[in-house]
Design a protein around this ligand. Structure first.
Ligand code: NAD
Length: 488
């Protein structure tokens, strides 16, 4: 039997203009560990999105809205208060995230939620450090720039790190003085709704934070709405392209954090045991439902057999288990649909002639009907196979081999994505020169997957554009205005 949760889960409503309201329709959100419905959540129609946008506009409107009247320091204090409330409610938020997404409770409790708090506090502090500059052009003029909020921002978030990826957008959007219409993924709306309660408790003026739950139709209504000035989207590359097309009509600003197929490169002079741990963590953390998962492992050929043996030994000890059990390292795939997608990629790997060396099956945990898949490893993968080219977004590792630096760089870059990469070697010069040649937004050397609120994250190529986290995110949530004063 899976552990029972004590968290009380209410039906989800929409947060519009500081009030909780019903939607005209509802949808179910499921527990992927049991396959059972957790609760019903309101589905925002285009009319609901319109009400949310109008509320956000009123809260923002130049000078007259309550949000623009607050000083940067007061905005920062509110964001900080929200971070404090997340911290106070951390156990409940972590459990909700695990119930809705299927991720192990140790991840929700000790990684996702602490980072949500860090990110909110980072941007709370940054609110008072956003500034333009004076530029000395000539004696005849006084010229300076102002950094102004973009306006109403539509935030569209995926299901893999529901509250964490929401915080990456909420933090900079609010710190810069924008108001927001936030849509969590339909699979995982619960922690965002809880955050809405905490935002009210923190004292945000009505209309500053609006939450509209729903699926693609709700997302499309946000993208099409002329009252929204910018879309910050995280999700698949396919939907990212649709959003870019949809946003073109109203010329919205767009930032896109999309998929990945990140190369993890191990040279024969690496610390092998650390690299094995890094490779396992790089693909099986978060059930592999991680945009920067190290899903293509490149091993220098002379290392291949020893390394693969160690990988398989570790992977076979990693059994999918009850996500609420604190010892669990591999939870449930987010949905039945995603589980079928992952299983179909496993079939494609077998058909294309890759060698299945670990896992490969759906398994039952404690007799539940949940969506669990064993940690899966394919050896002898070629870079042009489907499992090496496409993002699987599940616990499936493709192992490839190489003979020299030029060959591995060529293969690593020969993929549409460019989100992240890693290099394992004791040779410092090689580590840096390979890092420079990889087309990826983040490169880790002798580690995998580290993140910090202060460091920018985002993609090259089909992994999107714009950067989240760090001070650079401010550029994407502000407009830059130039002011000229005639001094003659
Ligand atoms: P998805 O693209 O299917 O959905 C993401 C969000 O967009 C959801 O809220 C969904 O309801 C909404 N949506 C769907 N269709 C829409 C449309 N036509 N118009 C507007 N909104 C729409 O992605 P997903 O399956 O939820 O998430 C997985 C994907 O997210 C993976 O590709 C993963 O790599 C990517 N991801 C990227 C990053 C990053 O930082 N680069 C981080 C996490 C996840």
């Amino acid at each position: 039997m899976l552990a029972a949760s004590k968290v009380k889960i209410e039906a989800g409503r929409l947060l519009i203009n500081g009030q909780w309201t019903e939607g005209s329709k509802t949808f179910d959100t499921m527990n992927p560990a049991t396959g059972e419905v957790l609760t019903q959540v309101a589905e925002a129609s285009a009319a609901d999105v319109d009400r949310a946008v109008q509320a956000a506009r009123r809260a923002f409107e130049d000078g007259s809205g309550p949000w623009r009247k607050l000083s940067a320091s007061e905005r920062g204090r509110l964001i900080w208060r929200l971070a404090d409330l997340v911290e106070k409610n951390i156990e409940e938020l972590a459990e909700l995230e695990t119930l809705d997404n299927g991720k192990p409770i140790f991840e929700s409790r000790y990684v996702d939620m602490p980072m949500v708090i860090d990110v909110l506090r980072y941007y709370a502090g940054l609110a008072t450090k956003i500034h333009g500059e004076t530029v000395n052009t000539s004696e005849a003029a006084f010229t300076y720039t102002l950094r102004e909020p973009v306006g109403v921002v539509g935030l569209i978030v995926p299901w893999n790190f529901p509250l964490l990826l929401a915080s990456w957008k909420i933090g900079p959007a609010l710190a810069c003085g924008n108001t927001i219409v936030l849509k969590p993924a339909e699979q995982t709306p619960l922690t965002t709704l809880k955050l809405g309660e905490l935002a009210i408790e923190a004292g945000f003026p009505a209309g500053v934070i609006n939450i509209v739950t729903g699926g693609p139709e709700t997302g499309k209504a946000i993208v099409a709405h002329p009252g929204i000035d910018k879309i910050a989207f995280t999700g698949s590359t396919t939907v990212g392209k649709e959003i870019m097309r949809g946003a073109a009509d109203t010329l919205k600003r767009v930032t896109l954090e999309l998929g990945g197929k990140s190369p993890n490169i191990v040279f024969s002079d690496a610390d092998v045991d650390n690299a094995v741990k890094g490779a396992i963590n790089g693909i099986f953390y978060g059930k592999g439902e991680v945009c920067n998962a190290g899903s293509r492992l490149f091993l220098e050929r002379k290392l291949k057999d020893e390394f693969t043996e160690k990988l398989v030994a570790r992977a076979s000890k990693m059994k999918p288990a009850d996500p609420l059990d604190p010892k669990t390292k591999l939870g449930a795939i987010v949905s039945q649909e995603q589980m079928q997608t992952v299983l179909s990629y496993i079939d494609a790997g077998k058909k294309d002639g890759a060698k299945l060396v670990a896992g490969g099956n759906r398994v039952s945990v404690d007799g539940s009907k949940g969506f669990f898949i064993e940690p899966t490893i394919f050896g002898d993968v070629q870079n042009d196979m489907k499992i090496a080219r496409e993002e699987i977004f599940g616990p499936v590792l493709s192992v490839l081999s190489f003979d020299d630096v030029d060959e591995v760089i060529e293969q690593a870059n020969n993929n549409p994505y460019g989100l992240a990469a890693a290099v394992w070697t004791r040779d410092v010069k090689k580590a840096h020169s390979v890092s420079r040649r990889l087309k990826a937004g983040t490169v880790w050397i002798n580690t995998y997957g580290l993140m910090d609120a202060a460091l920018p994250f985002g993609g090259y190529k089909s992994s999107g554009f714009g950067r989240e986290l760090g001070a650079h995110a401010i550029e994407h949530y502000t407009e830059l205005k130039t002011v000229w004063l005639n001094m003659l």
